[in-house]
Write a protein that binds this ligand. Structure first.
Ligand code: ZN
Length: 204
């Protein structure tokens, strides 16, 4: 399986990092070795001083597809989960300045947190109104809603599949809302999809 992540999919987040709002989705990838599950602790790497949390809704692909039309994209996923796209912001900034790829800042081990379960899309009243939030040490630091996405789930799937074949089990991290910030040793991160807690782990 592969992990595809969307960048700059919320206007307020693009602005907080002084990035342009894109007219088609920006995406990048993480390897499967980046996954962090089962509420295992995240160990801060020693080569960065600024790891940021980015909470994101995650789609799980259920069918093989290439060049998927927007109107058919809903057939390619049933389940929605919650994760964190950990980002070494200091490293990413240096890479961006040099026009280099982002993998060192985005694809490292444990950088793709995934919640304990996925929720079937039929359990949401409206896929364009899914709320989610991240608590750091009990305090809300990021609050998002799928209504604020620049590219919705179907547009994301359609666009990615123009370039990359989607396969069963692939994960798509759909971008983070505003409020990203650094994590430090001893922090506790809890993620909620609507009112369901899907992860709860510590930074070590
Ligand atoms: Zn992200």
């Amino acid at each position: 399986m592969k992990i595809i992540c969307i960048g700059r999919n919320y206007v307020a987040h693009a602005k907080e990092l002084n990035n342009e709002v894109p007219d088609e989705p920006v995406f990048f990838m993480k390897p499967d070795s980046a996954l962090l599950r089962n509420n295992d602790p995240f160990y801060l790497p020693n080569w960065t001083n600024d790891v940021h949390h980015e909470i994101e809704l995650v789609l799980k692909i259920k069918r093989l597809g290439k060049n998927i039309g927007k109107q058919f994209a809903h057939r390619y996923y049933d389940e929605i989960g919650l994760g964190i796209d950990f980002t070494a912001r200091d490293i990413q900034q240096k890479l961006k300045e040099k026009g280099l790829p982002w993998e060192k800042a985005k694809a490292f081990d444990q950088s793709a947190v995934l919640g304990s379960t996925f929720i079937h899309k039929s359990e949401f009243g409206d896929l364009k109104n899914i709320s989610f939030r991240l608590l750091k040490n009990g305090i809300p630091v990021q609050e998002g809603n799928s209504s604020l996405m620049i590219f919705n789930f179907d547009e994301i799937i359609s666009q990615i599949s123009r370039y990359i074949t989607l396969k069963i089990g692939d994960l798509i991290y759909t971008g983070t809302p505003a409020g990203v910030g650094a994590v430090g040793i001893g922090d506790r991160l809890e993620g909620f999809l609507d009112e369901r807690k899907l992860f709860d782990f510590e930074i070590k």
